[in-house]
Design a binder for this molecule. Structure first.
Ligand code: HEC
Ligand code: HEC
Length: 227
């Protein structure tokens, strides 16, 4: 994975979780950690979850360089501006998914870039959708509402916005029921309450496999921050 695997075009692509303006917003209150989070801490949030990597040290030059870049692409945007392109990839009402149909759609529309086994063809041609090289289950995209919304807005690349809510939900459920790295600090998230219900954890992946998944429970409370 690279940052551009999800923030396409180095965070400039309008529909793909764009990062234009973020330095005008942070520090921001994040309910997942129930505290004010700095730009540096937010980047590290993506490092340890979405990138399934190690956090940058506070004085890491690469971290400074990333903040400098984000500041550059946010130039001219007023502090706390209401950015209409922010947090647009969350589907509000996710229909009950059909995983088998999701698999079929995946075979038709996704394997050319993401490979049959989901391991991808490269971080900028089609990053890993599951398996060791993908994001872990503490990432924002490991939630059904975010994955379905992201897929519908951005995929299949070249033919974006062609999938119905149902198709995007089916694909999200198929992708998120495959194995991926586990986040080891789920219990410390949402210390102030409000935990959304739709993270596809190992327990849920196993429940899809053995046919005991309760989608009503998964999709019961998808409110909360997107990542
Ligand atoms: C697997 C996908 C994925 C990868 C890889 C990823 N991110 Fe993110 N990132 C997200 C999602 C999803 C959000 C939440 C976006 C939203 O709220 O709409 C997010 C949010 C952010 C935000 C906060 C944006 C905001 O509006 O509050 C920053 C900053 C950020 N990412 C930086 C990075 C950086 C830097 C990297 C690479 C080190 C990275 N991300 C890698 C998925 C990813
Ligand atoms: C033509 C190539 C192509 C096709 C077809 C395609 N993708 Fe992608 N996908 C990409 C690229 C490239 C990225 C990296 C982000 C970007 O550039 O938009 C990406 C990123 C993603 C991501 C976020 C990063 C990650 O690894 O999780 C998901 C999820 C995703 N695609 C799902 C799908 C699904 C589901 C389909 C089929 C409906 C699909 N893609 C079809 C090229 C493709």
């Amino acid at each position: 994975m690279s940052c551009s695997s999800c923030h396409a075009g180095a965070g400039l692509e309008k529909d793909s979780s764009p990062l234009v303006g973020v330095t005008a917003i942070y520090p921001e209150y994040i309910s997942r950690s129930d505290e004010m989070v700095t730009m540096e801490e937010r980047i590290n949030g993506c490092m340890v979850r979405s990138m399934n990597g190690e956090p940058f040290a506070e004085d890491d030059e690469d971290l400074d360089a990333m903040v400098a870049y984000l500041t550059y692409i946010s130039e001219g945007i007023p502090v706390n501006a209401d950015l209409e392109w922010r947090k647009i990839n969350t589907m509000e009402d996710v229909p009950t998914p059909d995983v088998a149909n999701g698999e079929e759609l995946f075979q038709q529309s996704c394997i050319a870039c993401h490979a049959q086994d989901g391991s991808g063809t490269g971080s900028n041609t089609g990053p890993a959708l599951w398996g060791d090289g993908s994001f872990n289950d503490g990432a924002g995209l490991a939630r059904m509402s975010n994955m379905a919304g992201y897929i519908q807005n951005n995929m299949p690349k070249g033919n974006e916005k062609s999938l119905s809510d149902q198709e995007a939900a089916d694909l999200a459920a198929f992708v998120l029921s495959q194995d991926r790295p586990e986040f080891d600090k789920h219990d410390s998230d949402w210390p102030g309450g409000g935990r959304p219900s739709d993270a596809m954890t190992k327990e849920r992946r196993d429940a899809v496999k053995d046919g005991t998944i309760n989608w009503d429970e998964v999709l019961g409370n998808t409110k909360g921050i997107s990542e």
